[in-house]
Design a protein around this ligand. Structure first.
Ligand SMILES: Cc1cc2nc3c(=O)[nH]c(=O)nc-3n(C[C@H](O)[C@H](O)[C@H](O)COP(=O)(O)OP(=O)(O)OC[C@H]3O[C@@H](n4cnc5c(N)ncnc54)[C@H](O)[C@@H]3O)c2cc1C
Length: 425
């Protein structure tokens, strides 16, 4: 038991029930928090109210953000990659929670636009690093007719006997080139401003798009989007995460050197799930931050707003609703960090771990943000107050990076497979 002489005053850190952060970790958290408060929030508030076209137009505050985030060095994937595993498990969740608290759409923009550069550096090839190592990129995987089917790349959730959909974008090999034709979905984050793409595409290696078992052959390839044959659609007008521009990319027989291949079909599923495992894990940190932002706005508002003869926090039911928000934020953080611990410290990271956090956190985050709107009453629905934006941003997160139900189905299939292999003779 705890021996306490006097009931102590409650001491909470930036991120709630945190204790035992090192000085270095606290410094990183504080610097990121300041950046989120002073740079991200004001820029995101402006971008949220602009049209999708205005968000990407020259002079948009979006470019101030990109410049400032680059100059800050906060989201430097190379620096993150150079940390040891324990540091990654502890520091990366701290950084992305603060960024999500600042603005989830901008936080995700920074990650998605770095994927091609990160992969190029990983190849160690000076030519690929020169072309892809520092330009704005995107992660191009979904197509108009291939959404959840891309997330379910290994076909676990296909109806019995069904084939994966051929889709609207494919590649084939011609001599020393991969030739790409068709279009991506309108959901590719960062696409309207991207100069490069890390693309996952069905591919005909010479014997057709389909294998004998009905599944598709795929290829992962780095593509320069500023070459002939590439064009972009109009930026997407959507509910939530409006600072994160999205749009279609069209390819008209675009020739990509074979040396840009990141993974051929044999390595494709592992490579894709490596990216998705990181991305889903990162969603857990980011949307813990958004949930915290919604809770903090609620906490302040219920102390200001007077109804029923007192600040509404004095009403018992409001206290309970606020505590429910607090508890969900703490549960999100605990879950997200536990998954980081697993992914960095277990023998291998796994998509099941990341899905565990992604779908729980995004669902809880939406509940917290929606309750924030409810606690603000009519004010919660107006654009003068910040909580309706948080609710819209949280809503998108349950479809982004894999729709939550299909992700949960996949995770359950892996767990069942593990059980069958380990417990059934
Ligand atoms: C904010 C945001 C950012 C995104 N960023 C990117 C990006 O950077 N790059 C990119 O390539 N894509 C991106 N996407 C696309 C995203 O990955 C897809 O929207 C998502 O995978 C769902 O696909 P879909 O929209 O086609 O829905 P569908 O796949 O059509 O799903 C519709 C419904 O059918 C259900 N369903 C589908 N298949 C099954 C099944 N086998 N069993 C049971 N139910 C099923 C789903 O659960 C869902 O409820 C983004 C999306 C959003 C919202």
């Amino acid at each position: 038991m705890f021996k306490i002489d006097q009931i102590p005053a409650l001491q909470l850190g930036i991120s709630g029930l945190d204790a035992g952060l090192t000085e270095e970790e606290q410094a990183i958290q504080e610097v990121t928090h300041r950046f989120a408060a002073e740079v991200m929030r004001p820029i995101a508030e402006k971008l949220d109210k602009m049209s999708a076209e205005e968000v990407i137009a020259p002079g948009s505050p979006l470019y101030d953000y990109l410049e400032q985030v680059q100059a800050s060095g906060i989201i430097d994937l190379e620096t993150m990659a150079s940390m040891d595993k324990e540091q990654k498990a502890r520091i990366i969740p701290l950084i992305f929670e603060e960024l999500g608290w600042g603005d989830a759409g901008l936080a995700i923009l920074s990650v998605a636009t770095s994927f091609p550069a990160f992969v190029a550096h990983g190849t160690g090839d000076p030519e690929l690093i020169e072309i892809f190592g520092s330009r704005i990129g995107c992660w191009l995987a979904t197509q108009p007719d291939r959404g959840s089917e891309v997330v379910d790349l290994d076909g676990r959730e296909l109806a019995t006997g069904a084939k994966q959909n051929k889709g609207n974008l494919s590649a084939h090999i011609e001599g020393n080139h991969v030739v790409v034709s068709g279009q991506s979905s309108a959901w590719v984050s960062g696409a309207p401003i991207a100069q490069t793409a890390l693309a996952y595409i069905p591919c005909d290696y010479g014997e057709g798009l389909y294998k004998a078992d009905g599944s598709l052959n795929h290829i992962a390839v780095l593509i320069d989007l500023e070459q002939d044959g590439v064009s972009k659609g109009k930026p997407l007008d959507k509910v939530g995460q409006r600072p994160l521009p999205q749009g279609e990319v069209f390819f008209d027989d675009v020739r990509v050197p074979k040396k840009n291949i990141v993974a051929d079909d044999a390595k494709l599923a592992a490579d894709f799930f490596g990216v998705l495992t990181f991305a889903n894990m990162e969603m857990g940190f980011t949307f813990t931050g958004l949930a915290r932002a919604a809770y903090e706005h609620s906490l302040a508002y219920v102390h200001e707003r007077k109804q029923g003869g007192c600040p509404i926090i004095e009403h018992q039911s409001v206290k309970l609703r606020l505590f429910d928000q607090w508890q969900k934020v703490e549960a999100c953080r605990a879950m997200a960090r536990r998954v980081a611990n697993f992914n960095y410290l277990a023998p291998d990271p796994h998509l099941v771990a990341s899905i565990t956090a992604k779908t729980f956190v995004t669902r809880s985050c939406f509940e917290v943000a929606s309750e924030a709107v409810q606690l603000f009453g009519g004010n919660g629905l107006t654009r003068e107050y910040p909580v309706e934006k948080l609710m819209r941003d949280a809503r998108a997160s349950m479809i982004e990076d894999g729709e939550n139900n299909i992700l949960n189905l996949k995770a359950a299939s892996y767990i069942s497979e593990w059980f069958k292999e380990n417990h059934i003779d």
